[in-house]
Ligand binder design. Structure first.
Ligand SMILES: Cc1ncc(COP(=O)(O)O)c(C=O)c1O
Length: 461
């Protein structure tokens, strides 16, 4: 018997009763917005037929957009041929092919690929790998990891410890010991009053100070996103990553580039570290690897880090049943084909300036303090009164974001992220196939929603 789908009018009540939405309060699993039913290109439709431009690519994920028959075919063919097999002690052809292809595409000698099911598992795996690596080479005291305030690195206990968002961590304390934090580059830049040309070096030197304070012989790794997402697209100042690399080399610390968002074209190169010109020891990826069409993460590991695991006495004691799933690997290969065949990296590089030009006039609104980002990844930061330097209080920010902007932007047909984890910010990260029409639509909807937000604020005040 074929199970009948739920009638449309049952979807919202059943969701409210049964679906536990992530980072959502119970009873509001769909957060008052939409149940998304279908996608095509840069657009999705909800269960009432309303069309939205997906300005966030799902969740920084659908690089090639929706409805690609190549991805459906790859998933279908692989399901028919071998619908599942683990990569614990076995392999399957698609995992081998994808690992070799990623090794080939990645910068430097990142020649080993450890698959996961998603981004948190990728970060968790990199954390454990860094710790076991030092254990294997006899540097047993190196267990601490450094990351930046506000940065999001995932929700499993290790990845959460690396995350710099207090609200996400507090309910789960105590977390994994030894997860140290430094300022993110935006907070550092705003407090900095030294030579502007040395800003990047000075921001990176915080990491050196943290290593020295912790005891260099105790620090295993530094976890950094190329462009930090949480807080709203913090592009690092010039010289930052060159100096971070120097510091890591000097103190024997691994540099992990968390590219769960920034890989696979988001910044106009296959990997975010290529766009910002630095070499990581480990790159963590997920999301865009399959354009989200099937769950998969990949940790790219340098020859140096893999070397101690070369013989059977030194197994990396870690794995997941679904990691490197054959259907996901087949989808990832087809997704990489599309990225290459459709020249999406060049498309992003060529169109990034048109994107920022479309968004730039938003900075003239009295509520917008900054428009920043790169590639296909932008944040529009909001302030209560830019001219007089007045920030929103936490309550005001929540009311603006949750009480008005998120819903209004969706109402106007734009899905994007309105967030208040640092200063309130609207974030855009559309599918990489987006072009000038989509940029103009995003800019005009945001312009309208912010203009209404300002009118609302003056009425409330
Ligand atoms: C930089 C970064 N790392 C890790 C993660 C966790 O990925 P996932 O949600 O797939 O577990 C995310 C998710 O957004 C992320 O942005």
């Amino acid at each position: 018997m074929v199970h009948a789908p739920l009638p449309n009018d049952q979807l919202e009540p059943k969701a409210e009763r049964h679906l536990w939405g992530h980072f959502s309060s119970l009873g509001h699993s769909v957060d008052g917005t939409s149940i998304i039913e279908r996608g095509e290109g840069c657009y999705v439709w909800d269960n009432h037929g309303k069309q939205y431009l997906d300005g966030l690519a799902g969740l920084y994920t659908t690089q090639v957009g929706y409805g690609r028959p190549e991805l459906a075919k790859a998933a279908g063919d692989q399901t028919a041929q071998l619908g599942f097999f683990p990569i614990w002690t076995y392999a399957h052809p698609k995992a081998v092919e994808l690992a070799a292809r990623l090794a080939d595409l990645s910068p430097g000698n990142l020649n080993r690929v450890f698959f996961t099911s998603g981004g948190s598992e990728a970060v968790e795996s990199a954390f454990k790998l860094a710790r076991q690596y030092f254990h294997e080479i006899g540097e047993h005291d190196r267990y601490k990891v450094i990351s930046r305030n506000l940065a999001y690195h995932g929700t499993t206990m290790g990845a959460l410890s690396i995350t710099g968002l207090e609200f996400a961590k507090t309910p789960f304390e105590p977390l994994v010991p030894g997860a140290l934090k430094v300022d993110n580059t935006l907070d550092f830049a705003r407090a900095y009053d030294g030579d502007p040309d040395l800003l990047g070096v000075a921001a990176a030197n915080q990491i050196e100070q943290c290593i020295l304070d912790a005891g260099p012989e105790t620090v295993a790794a530094v976890f950094l996103e190329p462009v930090q997402n949480a807080g709203g697209c913090f592009v690092p100042p010039d010289g930052y990553f060159a100096r971070v690399r120097e510091i890591c080399d000097q103190y024997g610390v691994l540099l992990v580039s968390d590219e769960v968002i920034c890989a696979y074209g988001r910044l106009g190169e296959m990997f975010g570290s290529q766009a910002l010109d630095y070499q990581a020891d480990i790159i963590t990826t997920a999301k865009g690897l399959t354009s989200g069409h099937s769950p998969l993460g990949a940790v790219l590991v340098s020859d140096k880090v893999a070397e101690p695991f070369a013989d059977t006495d030194h197994v990396f004691q870690h794995g997941f049943t679904f990691a490197g799933h054959p259907v996901s690997c087949a989808v990832a290969l087809a997704n990489l084909d599309i990225i290459e065949d459709d020249n999406l990296l060049a498309h992003v590089r060529t169109n990034a300036s048109t994107f920022i030009d479309a968004l730039a006039p938003l900075a003239d609104l009295p509520i917008v303090s900054e428009v920043r980002g790169m590639g296909y990844f932008y944040g529009i930061e909001l302030m209560k009164d830019v001219d007089n330097g007045v920030f929103f209080s936490d309550d005001e920010a929540q009311e603006l974001i949750r009480g008005f902007l998120s819903l209004r932007l969706a109402d106007l047909g734009l899905l994007c992220r309105a967030d208040a984890r640092g200063e309130p910010v609207i974030q855009l990260s559309p599918p990489l196939i987006a072009g000038p029409d989509e940029f103009d639509f995003m800019a005009s909807v945001i312009q309208q929603a912010l203009t209404e937000a300002m009118a609302r604020m003056s009425t409330v005040a």
